[in-house]
Design a protein. Structure first.
Length: 380
């Protein structure tokens, strides 16, 4: 993987670049649809390519490890061959999912022991076997195993957690450097910056990541984890600024699991390049559609006889179908409603980051962001 920084905004830390992988290029800032089990819920890959314009999707190590399992994935030739997605894929480490299983996991220096949410079977994730698992999945971009502490964690817990994450990172890098990709394409590893809401811990974490990036055999970027997990939004923005002051400018920066359209623009302004979140598809399945004018609830009666396009400036599906029709599909509990709404929201998120990139290139990102940010948070 390589990263080329192409443009910077003169009035903020916003930036535009290109990530190059063996499965194609990714223009940043970028939003990555979440394909938890090897698929983006309710959206076919042809729609991801043609309607959403997705350049990269995510896979989830925890879920793919449990189903379909590593034996199947390896025999298939990796996730790209298994699900036929021919563009870049990023996998998380499974850490967030494992650590969210508070009542059925045990954390120790070796790794994290947990029970499957599917059948209760016992498993353990260690830095070493997570690297092996992500090699078998075959993602272009792999995440290091970390602990994601709750947003309300006290200082001592957050400090101890960060120490564990840093020791695990060293083991991840060692295993990554000792092993090779399995399917003929390069893979790269992203360390994760933790530290909860504490400035000194985030600074220490960012410095540790900068130091360790130089030890990786193949490129690498930096992920910012443990935000949007219960802390106030202002704290999230402050921590992004703290971390990005330290992270290298010539590496991509990935803010994990964030967030609303407003969150994304605020983070882009602070120098973030990559985003993922389940919000577009999850909210879409609940009839909540994002637009530049605000968020629409398509179950509301006000749309019952609104025969205007879902979004006249959106993707083909937005222009083909009316608000009244989508309202009808939701009221009738038709599965097509979930599909149309998910495609719309994903396409809107990709349009948002593409527009942001264009304005960074033009040098007026800050002015444009100010002109749209408030409307994005409205309910209409």
């Amino acid at each position: 993987m390589t990263f080329e920084l192409q443009h910077t905004d003169p009035y903020s830390s916003a930036r535009a670049g290109i990530i190059t992988t063996d499965h194609g290029q990714i223009k940043t800032p970028i939003f990555m649809p979440v394909g938890t089990c090897g698929s983006v819920k309710g959206v076919h890959f042809s729609e991801l390519r043609e309607q959403v314009k997705a350049q990269i999707i995510l896979g989830n190590t925890y879920h793919l490890y449990l189903r379909p399992g590593l034996d199947t994935l390896r025999k298939a030739g990796g996730l790209h061959m298994f699900n036929t997605w021919d563009r870049p894929i990023l996998t998380d480490s499974g850490g967030f999912q494992v650590f969210s299983l508070t009542s059925i996991r045990k954390l120790r220096e070796e790794g994290c022991e947990f029970r499957s949410h599917i059948d209760g079977s016992k498993h353990i994730f260690t830095p070493e076997n997570v690297m092996d698992t992500e090699r078998i999945i075959g993602a272009d971009i792999m995440m290091a195993l970390d602990e994601c502490p709750p947003g309300e964690s006290d200082y001592q817990y957050a400090k101890n957690s960060l120490g564990l994450t840093q020791r695990w990172l060293d083991r991840c890098i060692k295993r990554f450097n000792e092993t090779e990709p399995l399917y003929g394409h390069r893979q790269t590893l992203f360390p994760i910056v933790q530290g909860c809401k504490y400035k000194d811990l985030r600074q220490d974490a960012a410095k540790h990541v900068v130091d360790r990036l130089g030890m990786l055999n193949d490129g690498g970027g930096a992920s910012i984890g443990g935000l949007a997990v219960g802390e106030p939004t202002e704290v999230m923005y402050e921590m992004i600024e703290v971390v990005n002051e330290i992270l290298p400018k010539d590496r991509p920066r990935y803010l994990m699991g964030v967030g609303t359209p407003q969150n994304i623009l605020e983070a882009i302004e602070r120098g973030v390049d990559m985003f993922d979140c389940v919000m577009p598809t999850r909210n879409g399945r609940n009839a909540m559609l994002f637009t530049y004018q605000g968020t629409m609830n398509l179950r509301n009666k006000k749309w019952e006889q609104d025969f205007s396009p879902i979004d006249p400036d959106g993707c083909d599906i937005d222009r083909l179908h009316t608000k009244a029709y989508l309202h009808h599909l939701f009221k009738a509990q038709e599965l097509l409603a979930l599909q149309i709404a998910s495609i719309h929201n994903l396409a809107f998120y990709l349009r948002l980051v593409t527009d942001a990139r264009q304005h960074i290139e033009q040098g007026d990102f800050t002015q444009w962001k100010r002109s749209v940010i408030n409307d994005l948070g409205r309910r209409i």
